[in-house]
Write a protein that binds this ligand. Structure first.
Ligand code: BES
Ligand code: ZN
Ligand code: ZN
Length: 498
């Protein structure tokens, strides 16, 4: 979809559909009264006939009979004004774009950026609106024989007065949403297509057109580096593993890089500790963390952020092949830590151990990993937020703040030293599962063993990487979780804005 900016007023803007946001119980503001007069009272009549109040999720469509530049006005409810934030606009834009799409319109105009939301600047409002439009309109239909190109092809973001701020926000929103949609594609692609080598090829292609440096280790390189965790998980699969390194060194030489690490399991059967059949197909999305960091570095480059940023993605399948790892096997991580593999389904932490150890070579400012790591995190937090673990309070606060701004909320869980007891092994330094309880935390405790003294945080996105419903700007399947939040975090941490 093409997104443009217009300074035309509501009554004059030319589009098949005009979308106006309305806060709860604010159906008769000055601007709406004026519009109502132009529409000869059609708006106020529809409001009372359909009991439209502006509650979140409500919508009201009024045909303008030629009274306005747009054929139809869709009023969309934003909910209560108090407590509204950028995500209110993002969600409403997502809902609105599907409403317009369904109506068969070819063009739309949205008047969201000019809404006054407390604490949200005009540029940020425009950015959130565009993110909502592009993410909400996302579909994955490349395997549908009858897929049709949607009619809706253009969206105009309306800017009365603040054109340059809106333009800046729109540009940013496009870069971030396109990167997140790219990550969604990678997640939604089936495991037989999106193999580790495919993921690496996609990374290479993405990097080439953006002056991002891309290095890919194949099984020989992985062996040479002694990445024992990645090798162990990969040995049961016919698909060769990859270790993807992306570097966007666009900041001052003196600035330590931020290193992002993403779990790149292109399919997780569980291995010999095989998973039950129900919903196993969702495990094609076990590379969501990897897609998230690849999307984040792509967006950072598109925004030309003057920062030093690295993304690392260890990638493999987890299969129960004849040479697969067995419960009781011991592997040695690149970190030097020996790991007893009690359960082959706890494979994410094994491949992340090497990537985290590799990250320390950059002498980073900080390391942030993102992974669909544990079902236990889903049990603890559901799908409304991701789990956050950190060995540094400032880092945790920055990530939480970034998640608040992007609508990808994070909730911190503890990393107390006592949890380390649960992953002590009788035969090796550590084992890859703890007791039955606190599984998300013992997984994080396992990762902690490989980061040395680095400032580090871990995001467990098992519950948030995949959406089972269409809601706001979320569509079914991959979410592209982390892309927007990690970029926002990098901006906040470095103070460098795109
Ligand atoms: N990829 C899974 C975690 C997962 C579960 C992601 C559900 C998304 C949705 C991970 O590799 C895994 O299988 N973890 C095990 C760990 C256990 C064996 C300690 C789990 O959570 O059951
Ligand atoms: Zn697993
Ligand atoms: Zn997994």
């Amino acid at each position: 979809m093409k997104v443009t900016v217009t300074t035309a007023p509501s009554a004059g803007v030319k589009a098949d559909a005009l979308v106006l946001g309305v806060f709860d119980k604010e159906t008769a503001t000055g601007a709406l009264k004026k519009l109502d007069a132009t529409l000869k009272g059609a708006l106020s009549r529809a409001v009372s006939a359909e009991a439209f109040t502006g509650a979140a999720g409500q919508s009201l469509s009024v045909h303008t009979q030629g009274a306005l530049g747009a054929a139809v006005v869709h009023f969309v409810g934003l909910g209560a004004k108090t407590g509204a934030n950028a995500d209110t606009l993002r969600r409403a834009a997502g809902n609105a774009v599907r409403l317009v799409k369904k109506s068969g319109a070819a063009s739309m105009a949205l008047d969201f950026a000019t809404l006054k939301v407390k604490g949200v600047g005009v540029d940020e409002a425009a950015q959130a609106t565009v993110e909502g439009i592009l993410l909400g309109a996302y579909t994955f239909d490349r395997f549908k024989s009858d897929a049709k190109k949607p009619r809706l092809a253009t969206a105009q973001v309306m800017a009365e007065g603040d054109e340059s701020a809106v333009r800046h926000g729109v540009k940013k929103g496009v870069a971030l949403a396109e990167a997140a949609c790219w990550a969604r594609d990678l997640v939604n692609l089936p495991g037989n297509v999106a193999t580790p080598s495919f993921l690496a090829d996609e990374a290479r292609k993405m990097a080439r057109s953006r002056k991002i440096k891309c290095t890919v280790l194949d099984p020989n390189g992985i062996k040479k580096e002694k990445m024992g965790g990645l090798m162990a998980v990969a040995q049961g699969s016919h698909q060769p593993a990859r270790f993807i390194i992306l570097e966007w060194m666009n900041g001052p030489k003196s600035q330590k890089p931020i290193v992002l690490v993403g779990k790149g399991l292109t399919f997780d059967t569980g291995g010999i500790s095989i998973k039950p059949a129900a919903n196993m197909e969702e495990m094609k999305g076990d590379m969501s963390g990897g897609a998230g960091v690849m999307g984040a570095i792509r967006a950072a480059a598109d925004l030309n952020l003057k920062v030093n940023l690295v993304a690392l993605v260890p990638s493999t399948e987890n299969m129960p092949g004849g040479s697969a790892i067995k419960p009781g096997d011991v592997a040695t991580s690149l970190s030097g830590v020996t790991m007893e593999i009690i359960n082959t389904d706890a494979e994410g932490r094994l491949i992340l151990s090497d990537a985290l150890a590799y990250a320390t070579r950059y002498h980073p400012d900080c390391v942030v990993d993102i992974a669909t790591l544990t079902g236990a995190c889903m049990v603890a937090l559901g799908n409304l937020c991701s789990g956050l673990f950190a060995n540094d309070d400032t880092l945790a606060a920055q990530l939480t703040g970034a998640g608040e701004a992007t609508g990808e909320r994070l909730w911190r869980l503890p990393l107390w030293a006592e949890y380390d007891e649960f992953i002590k092994s009788d035969v090796a330094d550590i084992k890859n599962v703890g007791s039955r309880w606190g599984g998300a935390i013992t997984a994080a405790a396992f990762l902690k063993k490989h980061v040395g003294k680095e400032t580090w945080a871990h995001l467990d996105v098992a519950g948030t990487a995949f959406s089972d419903s269409v809601k706001g700007y979320l569509t079914k399947g991959g979410v592209g979780v982390g892309v927007r939040t990690l970029v926002r975090f990098v901006e906040d941490r470095t103070g460098v804005k795109g």
